[in-house]
Design a protein around this ligand. Sequence first.
Ligand SMILES: Nc1nc2c(ncn2[C@@H]2O[C@H](COP(=O)(O)OP(=O)(O)O)[C@@H](O)[C@H]2O)c(=O)[nH]1
Ligand SMILES: [Mg+2]
Length: 478
Amino acid sequence: MFIRPGGLYASVLLLQCIATSFGFMTANDTIAAIATASGDGGIAIIRISGPQALEIADRVFRCKGLLPSKRPTHTIIHGHIVAGDQSVDEGLLLIMRAPKSYTCEDVVELHSHGGMVTPKLALRAVLQAGARMAEPGEFTYRAFINGRMDLVQAESVNDLIRSRSERAARLALEQMEGQLSRQFNDIYQNLLSIAADLEATLDFPDDELPPAVLPDIATRINCSVLKINELLARWQDGHRLREGLSVVIAGRPNVGKSSLLNALLGKERAIVSHQPGTTRDFIEEIYVIDGVPLRIVDTAGLRETECAIEQEGVRRTHDQIRRANFYLYLLDASAPIQDDDLENIAKLPKDRCILVLNKIDLGKSIQKQLCEGPLVVEISIKQNIGIELIKEYINVLIGRFINLESLPDAVISERHYHCLNKARHELQNSLDAIKSGNDQLISAHHIRQAIGLIGTITGSDTSEDILSAVFAKFCIGK
Ligand SMILES: Nc1nc2c(ncn2[C@@H]2O[C@H](COP(=O)(O)OP(=O)(O)O)[C@@H](O)[C@H]2O)c(=O)[nH]1
Ligand SMILES: [Mg+2]
């Protein structure tokens, strides 16, 4: 299922040297961590990987019959997790011998009961039996080092865990299965062959070189530039799909902002009160609409105030407004519009704002047509009128940010984006060198630079800094 890109094996030795200076030890030590999220779960999984995994299993697991280390791969054993003579829990033990495991090393998983205490006791027993606590992302790092996946696939593991919508998860899964790596590898291989052909032309005296050779090479370089352009063009949609769009609910105090957040989420998330100035800090929640995750932010009401805490809240509201992708600006429709509302609305970009006239159950003192420009919707949260219409309007605004009709089939990350952008620049330089001066030497140099940059994406040509940055984003146990 996982593809093994060219060039990866050659670099494994190099990477193992890097690994030692990088803080992760490899090969001869055994790591362990709780792989499940903490809290009151039915079960928790303690994952152990490395050459002593089975030896450690023998020390921390009591079962009938053969010791775990004497059992074949891919077996499940029932028994007790122990710390010395003391039983910690009743549970299961799974054996996955190298190379048929996530890390390609011997892996043992202990399944204990969940909760705040038992998994930690089980982990402690494993550490006392000789394992070392894993660093964030170290299991996936080992999978990468051992050639189980390339760097692009390793990154997608993290994307999958952090996905906030089905769509984002599906893209991450495709990337994990090598969809995106294949595209990078195609570009990589094409550039390698172009560089080889270009370098071969250097052996010919100029007058003996067939006239079609250099134009042909230029065309092939151009094809690679076009492929890179395609990937770059999809970055923004993919980025938004992965990170979500941020939506700020703003307005004066007491107009129903917190009530709207709760109505959209379908749960009592924010405190709603008739007392103005209740929400002082901002509250952020993920709300998925049509497969797109939205980060909805409920804010402190915008008003002049003497209270220092509320002032800070208002400052944070302005901060959130600056960062938002779009806005829901709320007004109390039953009261006349205020001057500061008009000022606030004037400052918001009209094409990225929905004006929400709330509390129409109490009457309408504001006419819809007063507010020209942005989308306007009249609602009553109390009587559940107009909430569906707001959702439709939110969809309209999402459509202004993300092309929902043709979503990308591969999503590149910011790291990929920067490498590709630089690679494209090198390829352009290489084209210029051929076109303006027929200078194959300079042209080949730029292509080699581009190859190096694509190599840093898949990890076949990656430095310590890049690896640290990639794996530091992972959680412990992954
Ligand atoms: N009559 C009426 N009251 C509402 C409506 N929406 C919210 N409220 C009330 O307005 C008050 C302020 O609501 P809240 O959500 O805390 O406003 P915020 O300060 O803007 O966050 C509360 O007493 C709510 O129950 C509505 O549609 N109609
Ligand atoms: Mg509030």
